[in-house]
Write a protein that binds this ligand. Structure first.
Ligand SMILES: [Zn+2]
Length: 420
């Protein structure tokens, strides 16, 4: 079988307890579809061999899959003595995924195929934190625009949303009151679900970034990984044992609220001296405001000061910008060192607007980590920028949908129609 791995399926589908013939058929369908997706192609005989299913079972399910259009026959393979086998391949373009990256101050929406190749993208600045209804209306408009390019909602499996808030997996449509108080009472799974008639999956933005690394980026080679996003806030998504680790109420990875200074400034969360009060967007902008009088020729004598502006000034050699990025790197290093001491991941992947500063940020960060994390954990960690770049979070949001569809193929419109 030709192997074209984005990555093998995260986990073999769990066998349900009920073993009536209908549920066994559902499980077999899931197994074969998942295998064809992860291997990209194969013959009926190869599918039977790798799954242990009988040739007749495989043939029956394959003809169902051929009817749905999710799989097609491509060519004749090499003969192993008898007739040349027909090679089946997964059709990546048979259905659509939508990913939504709800930032604190932007909305980014992407439409992709089932291999996460992005076919259309929209971006808009918006005050997502303080104007939830406006943000949801904007998301709806942008998603409709993207779907019009493929004739509407018909081939859409679902919508994945990365939110700038911890998400409790038990109530994924609700954002955290303490982080985004204006979203109180709004269930975005209900709102977007009602607008498009499709399932909606929500996770925290750093978790979405971590999921994207696991499926498409630095995490493909396996091992435990921490994805750290540094922009308006600071958060980490954790991949432990091949799965996202969310914690009991979805708070795992909130490193922005690690205490850096017990006597430090009060944080939005109500605690004191959190990491984000030193390296979050608002903190860095405030630091520029306080210090810029001492740097007469700095380009940061503009209002409003932006994080993007600070990063650009630093990259252009401005001493004030560089001082601020280096300090942020050192303080962030304290947080990353704590993460290493607690979880001992093999990889720390950084992303977000501040990380655009590259080595100006990473070099002091690594230096601090070396002086503050236990030697054994430093010896086995690779700390670097995400290779997926800014689109990682939106890719992770779309991957939430793909992951759900491979685990439950009835979510795919063609499968659902075939079974009706
Ligand atoms: Zn805090």
């Amino acid at each position: 079988m030709t192997t074209v791995p984005p990555r093998p399926l995260p986990r073999p589908p769990a066998l349900d307890r009920v073993h009536d013939s209908a549920s066994i058929r559902v499980q077999h369908r899931r197994l074969l579809l998942g295998l064809l997706w992860s291997q990209a192609e194969g013959s009926r005989a190869e599918l039977a061999r790798s799954t242990g299913l009988s040739r007749s079972t495989v043939s029956a399910i394959v003809s169902e899959l051929l009817d749905t259009g999710l799989v097609h026959e491509t060519r004749a393979g090499a003969s192993t003595g008898g007739r040349r086998p027909i090679i089946l391949a997964f059709r990546d373009d048979a259905a659509q995924l939508i990913g939504v990256d709800l930032g604190a101050s932007h909305v980014s929406v992407a439409r992709s195929d089932l291999r996460l190749r992005i076919a259309g993208q929209r971006f808009a600045r918006h005050d997502v934190r303080d104007d939830p209804w406006g943000a949801l209306a904007l998301v709806e408009r942008l998603v409709r625009e993207l779907l019009e390019e493929v004739g509407g909602v018909n081939s859409l499996i679902g919508i994945g949303v990365a939110a700038p808030s911890p998400i409790d997996p038990r109530r994924p449509g609700r954002l955290s009151h303490s982080v985004v108080p204006r979203w109180r009472g709004i269930d975005l799974v209900e709102v977007l679900g009602a607008a498009f008639g499709r399932p909606v999956f929500v996770d925290n933005d750093a978790n979405a970034g971590a999921l994207a690394e696991l499926w498409w980026g630095a995490g493909r080679s396996g091992g435990d990984l921490a994805f750290v996003k540094v922009a308006t806030g600071v958060g980490a998504g954790l991949v432990l044992g091949g799965e996202l680790f969310r914690g009991t109420a979805g708070i795992a990875g909130e490193i922005g609220h690690l205490t850096v200074d017990p006597q430090g400034p009060e944080c939005l969360c109500g605690l004191r001296g959190c990491l984000v009060t030193f390296v979050g967007r608002a903190a860095l902008i405030e630091t520029v405001r306080k210090r810029r009088d001492a740097f007469r020729s700095s380009p940061l004598h503009v209002d409003p000061i932006t994080l993007e502006g600070i990063v650009r000034a630093a990259l252009d050699g401005d001493p004030l910008g560089q001082e601020i990025i280096e300090e942020a790197g050192r303080i962030l290093g304290v947080g990353v060192a704590s993460l290493l001491n607690v979880l001992n991941p093999g990889r720390v992947v950084l992303s977000g607007e501040l990380v655009e500063a590259g080595e100006l940020l990473l070099s002091p960060l690594r230096q601090t980590v070396r002086s503050r994390a236990l030697a054994e954990s430093i010896a086995h960690v690779d700390i670097d920028r995400s290779t997926l770049g800014p689109k990682g979070v939106v890719m992770g949001a779309a991957t939430l949908v793909l992951q759900a569809a491979l685990a439950e193929p009835a979510l795919i419109p063609q499968m659902r129609r075939a079974q009706e």
